[in-house]
Design a protein around this ligand. Structure first.
Ligand SMILES: Cc1cc2nc3c(=O)[nH]c(=O)nc-3n(C[C@H](O)[C@H](O)[C@H](O)COP(=O)(O)OP(=O)(O)OC[C@H]3O[C@@H](n4cnc5c(N)ncnc54)[C@H](O)[C@@H]3O)c2cc1C
Length: 301
């Protein structure tokens, strides 16, 4: 008798109705129907192959650029930050960082290996996967300026190596082949003085703490800076600093941050985002473009 091939066993963690407020830096968001934290890349491939092809997927890093609505996610969240954690030198000045590695860890790893150029990543509170998806940047540095290659996965679990020319890359915007998501980056950096890179990273962190409300839940800058100007300047000049809707408030410290003062709902935050955009357009005639991603269902409760 022929043995029936067994379904591969999943080794990650599958949760149901997982509150997304636990996984976003704004600390809001309703439940995800399914939430999967893979054990590793091979397990992620098995999981993806097990899903119906029309299953809605939300790829999650550290949720530091995501507003999940109060009604939650009708589909499956794939959370990479507890998996895909390999960080290694693959050539004298090329670092391979899997998608779940926190950006700060990449910055410190580069400096320890006497590589310079990645210091700007130190204060970005997301993962490498999120930094690739957003082209995260700060203080003149940008993620894709250092990308030599990326590794992606599709719904069938196929992993490919792709290059920057396969993507349209802009300011906080990246568009790549449909149906592929990031599982690793290969970053090219310059050989240099690692101790000086560590000092610079420390200075950048201090500058953030001085100018940003880093001790309150937020998603960083809500809007992209318009060409030749700053969203924060426009918002402050429109008299919006300190403006509140429910528990959401335009930060007094940095007007392009909306903070959760404790009891905000996602609906409060979204309403405040819309109010700020509308007011800035009325006062300055400038249409602000959102940097934060809004996902999920409105609450009908
Ligand atoms: C205090 C604070 C300061 C910040 N400062 C900066 C800053 O200086 N510069 C800056 O650019 N940003 C900044 N941000 C925003 C945020 O940290 C970045 O956008 C970051 O890159 C998001 O990474 P993440 O892992 O948290 O992504 P998430 O928020 O989890 O996801 C963001 C988007 O990327 C997608 N995504 C995530 N992982 C993958 C993947 N593996 N493959 C494909 N798509 C994926 C998600 O689906 C989502 O659309 C700040 C945020 C905070 C809270």
């Amino acid at each position: 008798m022929m043995a029936v091939p067994k379904e591969p066993v999943l080794r990650g963690t599958l949760l149901f109705d997982e509150p997304m407020a636990r996984h976003t830096s704004w600390r809001v968001g309703g439940p995800a129907q399914r939430f999967y934290a893979p054990a590793d890349l091979a397990d992620l491939a098995v999981f993806l192959r097990s899903l119906p092809l029309d299953e809605e997927l939300l790829w999650l890093g550290l949720g530091s650029n995501l507003l999940v609505r109060d009604g939650g996610i009708a589909g499956t969240v794939i959370a990479l930050h507890a998996a895909l954690n390999t960080l290694e030198l693959i050539a004298p000045s090329t670092v391979r960082a899997e998608a779940g590695v926190p950006c700060a860890k990449v910055a410190r790893f580069c400096a320890r290996n006497n590589l310079v150029g990645a210091e700007f990543l130190v204060g970005i509170p997301g993962t490498m996967g999120g930094a690739l998806a957003m082209n995260a940047g700060a203080f003149g540095g940008e993620t894709w300026a250092h990308v030599v290659a990326v590794e992606t996965i599709d719904r069938h679990g196929n992993v490919r190596t792709r290059h920057p020319e396969d993507f349209q890359i802009g300011y906080r915007h990246v568009q790549g082949p449909a149906g592929e998501w990031f599982v690793a980056a290969q970053l090219g950096l310059q050989a240099g003085d690692g101790a000086a890179a560590q000092v610079r990273s420390k200075e950048l962190l201090e500058q953030r703490n001085r100018t940003q409300p880093t001790n309150q839940p937020s998603c960083g800058s809500v809007f992209r800076n318009p060409k030749g100007d700053y969203a924060a300047r426009l918002i402050e000049a429109a008299g919006l600093k300190g403006h509140r809707i429910g528990g959401a408030c335009v930060s007094e410290k940095h007007a392009n941050f909306i903070v959760n003062t404790g009891m905000a709902s996602a609906a409060d935050i979204e309403a405040l985002i819309e109010h700020v955009a509308r007011t800035v357009e009325q006062v300055h005639g400038v249409k602000l473009v959102r940097e934060a991603h809004i996902v999920g269902e409105c609450s009908h409760g």
